[in-house]
Design a protein around this ligand. Sequence first.
Ligand SMILES: Cc1cc2nc3c(=O)[nH]c(=O)nc-3n(C[C@H](O)[C@H](O)[C@H](O)COP(=O)(O)O)c2cc1C
Length: 160
Amino acid sequence: MKAMVVYDSAYGNTEQVAQAIGAALGTQGEVEVLRVGEAKPERLAGLSLLIVGSPTQKFSSTGATTGFLKGIPEDGLQGLKVAAFDTRFTEDAIGKVRILAFFVRIFGYAAKPIADRLVRKGGELAVPPEGFYVGDTKGPLLEGELQRAADWARRIAATL
Ligand SMILES: Cc1cc2nc3c(=O)[nH]c(=O)nc-3n(C[C@H](O)[C@H](O)[C@H](O)COP(=O)(O)O)c2cc1C
């Protein structure tokens, strides 16, 4: 199994999740964990799994993440399993800000649109998109989230 985990991260939380996912997958095969700027579409050749993660910013993925996904050629993910994750505020935190809760209901988080783009490029979704929770804008991740990320990665590996 050859896998790549591509992430963006403003404050390091999504990076920590990406590394936890990479470490959990790493016990099963060859895994690269790359920041989105380093992950050129040419490097996708020979992969069996691509996982993409981004902080949720303004209900979506970062510009760099979207740019990476747009740069993948049409059908460039044919034959690959794919999965998407984000980091995000908790529903409790969002619920305290009524206008934010309203927009979240409409626009959601980053993971789903990332997964949709991966599938549009020909990838086969291994597991549903997943979100991991931060306590505040700069983090930290809530307790147990890195363990949950590792469990999520093992569920993905089991589909290969
Ligand atoms: C400009 C900006 C917009 C954000 N918008 C959202 C949002 O729409 N929904 C949400 O759940 N969190 C939002 N957040 C919180 C981020 O999800 C949080 O900063 C991120 O998970 C931290 O991950 P990182 O350390 O990898 O950047 C936003 C943060 C920033 C800086």
